[in-house]
Design a protein around this ligand. Structure first.
Ligand code: MG
Length: 334
Protein backbone atom coordinates (compact mmCIF):
# COMPACT_ATOMS: atom_id res chain seq x y z
CA UNK A 1 0.00 0.00 0.00
CA UNK A 2 1.06 3.56 -0.75
CA UNK A 3 -0.32 6.72 0.77
CA UNK A 4 0.04 10.43 0.24
CA UNK A 5 1.43 11.62 3.53
CA UNK A 6 1.15 15.03 5.16
CA UNK A 7 1.45 16.33 8.70
CA UNK A 8 0.63 19.43 10.73
CA UNK A 9 2.31 20.54 13.92
CA UNK A 10 0.17 21.94 16.73
CA UNK A 11 0.92 23.99 19.82
CA UNK A 12 -2.16 24.50 22.00
CA UNK A 13 -2.11 26.45 25.28
CA UNK A 14 -3.87 24.86 28.25
CA UNK A 15 -6.60 26.90 29.93
CA UNK A 16 -4.64 26.54 33.14
CA UNK A 17 -0.96 25.53 33.31
CA UNK A 18 -0.54 22.01 34.73
CA UNK A 19 1.67 21.35 37.70
CA UNK A 20 3.94 18.40 37.05
CA UNK A 21 6.96 16.95 38.83
CA UNK A 22 8.98 18.71 36.13
CA UNK A 23 7.53 22.16 36.61
CA UNK A 24 4.71 23.97 34.87
CA UNK A 25 3.30 22.61 31.63
CA UNK A 26 1.67 25.45 29.66
CA UNK A 27 0.96 24.16 26.16
CA UNK A 28 0.39 20.84 24.47
CA UNK A 29 2.62 20.18 21.50
CA UNK A 30 2.15 17.43 18.98
CA UNK A 31 1.68 16.52 15.35
CA UNK A 32 -1.33 15.39 13.31
CA UNK A 33 -0.67 13.00 10.44
CA UNK A 34 -2.82 12.45 7.36
CA UNK A 35 -2.63 9.44 5.04
CA UNK A 36 -4.56 9.45 1.79
CA UNK A 37 -4.98 6.26 -0.25
CA UNK A 38 -5.18 5.91 -4.05
CA UNK A 39 -8.97 6.27 -3.90
CA UNK A 40 -8.62 9.67 -2.18
CA UNK A 41 -9.78 8.37 1.19
CA UNK A 42 -7.99 10.19 4.04
CA UNK A 43 -7.27 8.83 7.54
CA UNK A 44 -5.83 10.78 10.45
CA UNK A 45 -3.75 10.18 13.56
CA UNK A 46 -2.25 12.20 16.39
CA UNK A 47 1.26 11.99 17.80
CA UNK A 48 1.03 13.38 21.34
CA UNK A 49 4.41 13.00 23.05
CA UNK A 50 5.13 13.78 26.71
CA UNK A 51 8.89 14.43 26.67
CA UNK A 52 9.21 14.75 30.48
CA UNK A 53 7.57 11.32 30.71
CA UNK A 54 10.41 9.93 28.60
CA UNK A 55 9.02 10.07 25.05
CA UNK A 56 10.47 11.75 21.98
CA UNK A 57 9.75 15.48 21.49
CA UNK A 58 7.35 17.17 19.05
CA UNK A 59 10.44 18.58 17.26
CA UNK A 60 11.77 15.06 16.76
CA UNK A 61 8.41 13.89 15.43
CA UNK A 62 8.19 16.84 13.05
CA UNK A 63 11.73 16.19 11.78
CA UNK A 64 10.89 12.51 11.20
CA UNK A 65 7.72 13.48 9.30
CA UNK A 66 9.75 15.81 7.10
CA UNK A 67 12.14 12.94 6.45
CA UNK A 68 9.34 10.59 5.42
CA UNK A 69 8.43 12.77 2.42
CA UNK A 70 5.08 13.03 0.62
CA UNK A 71 4.73 9.34 -0.35
CA UNK A 72 4.63 6.65 2.26
CA UNK A 73 4.50 2.87 2.27
CA UNK A 74 4.43 0.24 4.99
CA UNK A 75 8.16 -0.34 4.69
CA UNK A 76 8.99 3.29 5.53
CA UNK A 77 6.74 3.12 8.59
CA UNK A 78 8.36 -0.13 9.70
CA UNK A 79 11.80 1.50 9.41
CA UNK A 80 11.00 4.31 11.86
CA UNK A 81 13.25 4.08 14.93
CA UNK A 82 11.60 2.51 18.02
CA UNK A 83 12.22 5.76 19.92
CA UNK A 84 9.56 7.44 17.78
CA UNK A 85 6.80 5.38 19.42
CA UNK A 86 4.29 8.24 19.51
CA UNK A 87 4.69 8.89 15.76
CA UNK A 88 4.30 5.15 15.13
CA UNK A 89 1.19 5.28 17.31
CA UNK A 90 -0.28 8.10 15.18
CA UNK A 91 0.40 6.29 11.90
CA UNK A 92 -0.89 2.98 13.24
CA UNK A 93 -4.10 4.55 14.50
CA UNK A 94 -4.65 6.28 11.14
CA UNK A 95 -4.30 2.94 9.35
CA UNK A 96 -6.05 0.70 11.89
CA UNK A 97 -9.25 -1.14 11.18
CA UNK A 98 -11.85 0.52 13.36
CA UNK A 99 -13.77 -2.02 15.38
CA UNK A 100 -17.39 -1.02 15.89
CA UNK A 101 -18.57 0.12 19.32
CA UNK A 102 -22.32 0.18 20.06
CA UNK A 103 -23.45 3.82 20.09
CA UNK A 104 -25.15 3.38 23.44
CA UNK A 105 -22.10 1.80 25.13
CA UNK A 106 -21.03 3.71 28.24
CA UNK A 107 -17.66 4.14 29.93
CA UNK A 108 -17.37 5.17 33.59
CA UNK A 109 -15.01 8.12 34.11
CA UNK A 110 -13.09 9.10 37.24
CA UNK A 111 -13.42 12.68 38.55
CA UNK A 112 -10.18 14.57 39.19
CA UNK A 113 -9.70 16.35 42.51
CA UNK A 114 -7.10 19.07 43.07
CA UNK A 115 -4.17 18.51 45.41
CA UNK A 116 -4.33 19.46 49.08
CA UNK A 117 -7.28 20.59 51.16
CA UNK A 118 -8.97 22.09 48.06
CA UNK A 119 -10.04 18.51 47.22
CA UNK A 120 -12.69 18.58 49.98
CA UNK A 121 -14.72 21.45 48.56
CA UNK A 122 -14.01 20.38 44.98
CA UNK A 123 -15.59 16.94 45.54
CA UNK A 124 -19.10 18.35 46.01
CA UNK A 125 -19.91 19.18 42.37
CA UNK A 126 -18.76 15.87 40.81
CA UNK A 127 -20.52 13.94 43.59
CA UNK A 128 -23.70 15.81 42.80
CA UNK A 129 -23.16 15.11 39.08
CA UNK A 130 -23.04 11.38 39.76
CA UNK A 131 -19.32 10.58 39.72
CA UNK A 132 -18.43 7.69 42.03
CA UNK A 133 -14.70 7.30 41.38
CA UNK A 134 -12.39 10.12 42.46
CA UNK A 135 -8.71 10.67 41.88
CA UNK A 136 -6.77 12.84 44.29
CA UNK A 137 -3.21 14.06 43.73
CA UNK A 138 -0.98 13.42 46.75
CA UNK A 139 2.70 13.82 47.52
CA UNK A 140 2.34 17.56 47.02
CA UNK A 141 2.55 18.78 50.65
CA UNK A 142 3.64 17.34 53.99
CA UNK A 143 2.70 13.65 54.53
CA UNK A 144 1.14 14.23 57.97
CA UNK A 145 -1.04 17.08 56.63
CA UNK A 146 -2.16 15.04 53.64
CA UNK A 147 -3.04 12.04 55.84
CA UNK A 148 -5.39 14.27 57.83
CA UNK A 149 -7.01 15.45 54.58
CA UNK A 150 -7.32 11.81 53.46
CA UNK A 151 -9.53 11.09 56.47
CA UNK A 152 -11.56 14.25 55.88
CA UNK A 153 -12.01 13.22 52.25
CA UNK A 154 -13.08 9.69 53.20
CA UNK A 155 -15.67 11.28 55.52
CA UNK A 156 -17.04 13.49 52.72
CA UNK A 157 -17.39 10.67 50.16
CA UNK A 158 -20.32 8.23 50.39
CA UNK A 159 -19.63 4.54 51.05
CA UNK A 160 -20.34 3.76 47.38
CA UNK A 161 -17.48 6.00 46.22
CA UNK A 162 -13.97 4.88 45.39
CA UNK A 163 -10.90 6.98 45.95
CA UNK A 164 -7.70 6.72 43.94
CA UNK A 165 -4.51 8.42 45.07
CA UNK A 166 -1.89 9.57 42.58
CA UNK A 167 1.54 10.24 44.06
CA UNK A 168 3.17 10.85 40.65
CA UNK A 169 6.33 9.22 41.98
CA UNK A 170 6.76 11.79 44.75
CA UNK A 171 7.39 9.43 47.69
CA UNK A 172 10.44 7.70 49.04
CA UNK A 173 10.15 4.28 50.67
CA UNK A 174 9.39 5.64 54.15
CA UNK A 175 6.62 7.97 52.95
CA UNK A 176 5.13 5.23 50.80
CA UNK A 177 5.09 2.82 53.76
CA UNK A 178 3.44 5.41 55.97
CA UNK A 179 0.76 6.06 53.39
CA UNK A 180 0.11 2.43 52.58
CA UNK A 181 -0.21 1.55 56.26
CA UNK A 182 -2.87 4.26 56.54
CA UNK A 183 -4.62 3.23 53.31
CA UNK A 184 -4.97 -0.40 54.43
CA UNK A 185 -8.28 0.24 56.23
CA UNK A 186 -9.50 3.14 54.10
CA UNK A 187 -11.68 2.92 50.93
CA UNK A 188 -8.73 3.49 48.61
CA UNK A 189 -9.09 1.68 45.29
CA UNK A 190 -5.40 2.00 44.45
CA UNK A 191 -2.35 4.22 44.79
CA UNK A 192 -0.82 5.36 41.53
CA UNK A 193 2.96 5.48 41.09
CA UNK A 194 4.11 5.76 44.74
CA UNK A 195 7.79 5.69 43.70
CA UNK A 196 9.36 7.48 40.72
CA UNK A 197 10.45 5.13 37.94
CA UNK A 198 13.95 6.65 37.99
CA UNK A 199 14.49 6.23 41.74
CA UNK A 200 17.24 3.88 42.79
CA UNK A 201 15.94 0.30 42.93
CA UNK A 202 12.48 1.54 41.87
CA UNK A 203 11.31 -1.73 40.29
CA UNK A 204 12.17 -3.84 43.36
CA UNK A 205 10.74 -1.23 45.68
CA UNK A 206 7.43 -1.10 43.76
CA UNK A 207 7.18 -4.90 43.67
CA UNK A 208 8.01 -5.07 47.39
CA UNK A 209 5.37 -2.49 48.35
CA UNK A 210 2.79 -4.24 46.17
CA UNK A 211 3.50 -7.50 48.00
CA UNK A 212 3.61 -6.03 51.53
CA UNK A 213 0.40 -3.93 51.62
CA UNK A 214 -3.23 -4.79 50.86
CA UNK A 215 -4.00 -1.62 48.84
CA UNK A 216 -3.42 -2.14 45.12
CA UNK A 217 -0.69 -0.09 43.42
CA UNK A 218 -0.86 1.24 39.87
CA UNK A 219 1.95 1.95 37.42
CA UNK A 220 1.69 5.14 35.36
CA UNK A 221 5.00 6.97 34.89
CA UNK A 222 6.70 3.54 34.84
CA UNK A 223 4.87 2.77 31.57
CA UNK A 224 6.28 5.05 28.86
CA UNK A 225 5.86 2.67 25.94
CA UNK A 226 5.11 -0.85 24.72
CA UNK A 227 8.39 -2.22 26.08
CA UNK A 228 7.57 -1.15 29.64
CA UNK A 229 4.23 -2.97 29.59
CA UNK A 230 5.99 -6.09 28.34
CA UNK A 231 8.68 -5.77 31.02
CA UNK A 232 6.21 -5.33 33.91
CA UNK A 233 4.10 -8.23 32.67
CA UNK A 234 7.31 -10.25 32.71
CA UNK A 235 8.00 -9.15 36.29
CA UNK A 236 4.52 -10.39 37.24
CA UNK A 237 3.23 -6.97 38.31
CA UNK A 238 0.23 -7.77 40.54
CA UNK A 239 -1.32 -4.28 40.45
CA UNK A 240 -3.00 -1.99 37.97
CA UNK A 241 -1.59 -0.84 34.61
CA UNK A 242 -2.48 2.77 33.73
CA UNK A 243 -2.59 2.54 29.94
CA UNK A 244 -2.25 5.74 27.93
CA UNK A 245 -3.00 4.56 24.39
CA UNK A 246 -1.32 7.67 22.90
CA UNK A 247 2.04 6.43 24.20
CA UNK A 248 1.84 2.96 22.63
CA UNK A 249 3.27 2.30 19.17
CA UNK A 250 1.30 -0.95 18.83
CA UNK A 251 -1.83 -0.44 20.89
CA UNK A 252 -3.73 -3.58 19.74
CA UNK A 253 -0.76 -5.82 20.60
CA UNK A 254 -0.29 -4.25 24.05
CA UNK A 255 -4.00 -4.51 24.85
CA UNK A 256 -4.04 -8.16 23.71
CA UNK A 257 -1.05 -8.96 25.96
CA UNK A 258 -2.71 -7.29 28.97
CA UNK A 259 -5.98 -9.09 28.31
CA UNK A 260 -4.23 -12.47 27.97
CA UNK A 261 -2.48 -11.85 31.30
CA UNK A 262 -5.85 -10.90 32.87
CA UNK A 263 -4.27 -7.67 34.08
CA UNK A 264 -6.11 -4.87 35.81
CA UNK A 265 -6.16 -1.97 33.37
CA UNK A 266 -7.23 1.66 33.68
CA UNK A 267 -7.25 3.51 30.37
CA UNK A 268 -6.19 7.12 30.57
CA UNK A 269 -5.76 10.26 28.53
CA UNK A 270 -2.28 11.57 27.73
CA UNK A 271 -3.71 15.10 27.56
CA UNK A 272 -4.05 14.67 23.82
CA UNK A 273 -6.53 16.51 21.60
CA UNK A 274 -9.88 15.09 20.52
CA UNK A 275 -8.32 13.35 17.51
CA UNK A 276 -6.08 11.12 19.62
CA UNK A 277 -8.76 10.91 22.29
CA UNK A 278 -11.06 9.12 19.85
CA UNK A 279 -8.47 6.37 19.36
CA UNK A 280 -7.68 6.12 23.07
CA UNK A 281 -11.34 6.02 24.05
CA UNK A 282 -12.13 3.37 21.45
CA UNK A 283 -9.56 1.09 23.12
CA UNK A 284 -11.16 1.76 26.51
CA UNK A 285 -14.67 1.05 25.22
CA UNK A 286 -13.51 -2.19 23.60
CA UNK A 287 -11.67 -3.50 26.69
CA UNK A 288 -13.19 -6.82 27.69
CA UNK A 289 -11.42 -7.23 31.04
CA UNK A 290 -12.61 -6.03 34.43
CA UNK A 291 -14.26 -2.63 33.90
CA UNK A 292 -12.72 0.22 35.90
CA UNK A 293 -13.44 3.93 35.66
CA UNK A 294 -11.19 5.53 33.04
CA UNK A 295 -8.90 8.52 33.38
CA UNK A 296 -10.45 10.60 30.61
CA UNK A 297 -11.98 13.27 32.82
CA UNK A 298 -9.47 15.89 31.66
CA UNK A 299 -11.43 17.97 29.14
CA UNK A 300 -12.19 20.84 28.66
CA UNK A 301 -8.52 21.65 28.85
CA UNK A 302 -7.51 23.81 25.86
CA UNK A 303 -7.95 27.55 25.31
CA UNK A 304 -9.17 26.62 21.81
CA UNK A 305 -12.09 24.38 22.78
CA UNK A 306 -12.37 22.88 19.28
CA UNK A 307 -9.51 20.57 20.27
CA UNK A 308 -11.06 19.30 23.50
CA UNK A 309 -12.06 15.68 23.88
CA UNK A 310 -15.47 14.79 25.38
CA UNK A 311 -16.28 16.79 28.51
CA UNK A 312 -15.93 14.90 31.80
CA UNK A 313 -19.14 13.08 32.73
CA UNK A 314 -19.66 10.14 35.14
CA UNK A 315 -20.66 7.84 32.27
CA UNK A 316 -19.46 8.69 28.77
CA UNK A 317 -21.50 7.41 25.82
CA UNK A 318 -19.74 6.22 22.67
CA UNK A 319 -22.07 8.50 20.73
CA UNK A 320 -20.10 11.45 22.15
CA UNK A 321 -16.81 9.94 20.98
CA UNK A 322 -18.11 8.98 17.55
CA UNK A 323 -19.07 12.60 16.99
CA UNK A 324 -15.40 13.69 16.93
CA UNK A 325 -14.48 14.60 13.34
CA UNK A 326 -10.74 14.10 12.62
CA UNK A 327 -10.97 15.95 9.30
CA UNK A 328 -12.46 19.03 10.98
CA UNK A 329 -9.62 18.99 13.54
CA UNK A 330 -7.02 18.68 10.78
CA UNK A 331 -8.61 21.63 8.97
CA UNK A 332 -8.67 23.63 12.20
CA UNK A 333 -4.85 23.59 12.15
CA UNK A 334 -4.54 25.11 8.68
MG1 MG B 1 -0.85 9.24 37.20
Amino acid sequence: MHWRFSYRRYRLPFRRPLRTAHGEWREREGVYVRLEDAAGMARYGEAAPIPWFGTETADEIEAACRGLGPNLDGEAIAKLPPGLGRLRSALASALAERAAVPRTAVLPIAALLPAGRAALAAAAAPLEAGFRVFKWKVGVTDVADELVILDDLCAVLPASAKLRLDANGAWDRRSAERWLTRCADRPVEFVEQPIAPGARGADDLLLGLAADYPTALALDESLVGDGDIERWLGLGWPGVFIVKPALLADLPAAVARLAAARSSVVFSAALETALGAQTALRAAFLWTGEPRASGFGVWPMFVDSRFDGPAAVPFLRWEEVERIDPEALWNALS
